[in-house]
Design a protein. Structure first.
Length: 263
């Protein structure tokens, strides 16, 4: 299998627009932004150390289906990355999720049904990769983020779109994926893109996941081209990832990114 990376999608670069006032609590500054990408408005969230200056590691956080950029576990991960390691963290809403929906109070069934339609749409992967690239470019223009080392964390839908993004982005030095296998309408693309991922990876699997058969998950892990990759398996359902695993994923990211942390 070829070791080349995919070319990055061509995106017209746009500056981000801040939305509302910053929220500062316990040494973390949280700011909401929008960025325009090929006619789409992509809402995002950025977390940085309060009063930070100079470049630092940045971790991109990909949420799961029916969730959004500020769901509880994404918020907790972002705050820990800032407080414990001095990193910056960023999340964006995927299509049909969060602030990209006109009806933000829609129930999970409705959101998931619309995600299934989006997942089947031609160009869904290319658009989400372009959204990540545009948001990344915009926040890296900020003095308190800069052009430091880059990590990615995303489970479930965060893996569906995260693996293709990492395959296009050679600056990503470490990634956490999981809760996904070679299933669904983009499975062939996911398998091909996994073969372009060469950075260190931790991959998380729930052994009793009723949404995903075990073998397609193992097949996706096997397709990753990374020499340094590890599979962490836990009993339980899809969303029952234990707290200890979430904590490990942060230390795994930090082990590869922390030597470059700013102040």
């Amino acid at each position: 299998m070829s070791a080349r990376r995919y070319d990055r999608p061509t995106v017209t670069e746009q500056p981000l627009r801040w939305v509302g006032d910053p929220l500062v609590a316990d040494g973390v500054t949280e700011r909401r932004f929008d960025v325009d990408v090929d006619g789409r408005v992509v809402p995002g969230m950025l977390w940085t150390p309060d009063g930070a200056s100079g470049p630092r590691p940045l971790v991109l956080l990909g949420h799961g289906a029916t969730r959004h950029k500020r769901v509880d576990h994404i918020l907790a991960l972002a705050r820990q990355l800032v407080v414990n390691f001095g990193f910056a963290a960023m999340a964006i809403d995927a299509a049909s999720h969060g602030d990209r929906r006109p009806d933000t109070s829609a129930d999970d069934f409705t959101v998931f049904s619309e995600f299934l339609v989006e997942w089947s749409r031609d160009g869904t992967v290319e658009d989400m990769v372009a959204d990540w690239q545009a948001a990344l470019t915009a926040v890296r223009d900020l003095e308190e983020v800069g052009d430091g080392p880059l990590g990615y964390w995303g489970l479930s839908m965060g893996t569906i779109y995260g693996i293709p993004f990492v395959a296009t982005e050679p600056r990503v030095q470490v990634a956490v994926f999981g809760l996904m296998g070679l299933v669904g309408p983009t499975s062939d693309r996911l398998c091909t893109d996994a073969g372009q991922v060469t950075c260190p990876v931790t991959f998380i699997q729930q052994w009793d996941d009723s949404l995903l058969p075990r073998q397609p998950v193992l097949d996706l892990f096997d397709a990753l081209a990374s020499v340094d990759k590890r599979l962490h398996v836990h009993p339980g359902e899809h969303a029952a990832v234990p707290v200890e695993e979430m904590e490990f994923s942060l230390t795994f990211l930090a082990r590869h990114l922390a030597p470059y942390a700013g102040t």
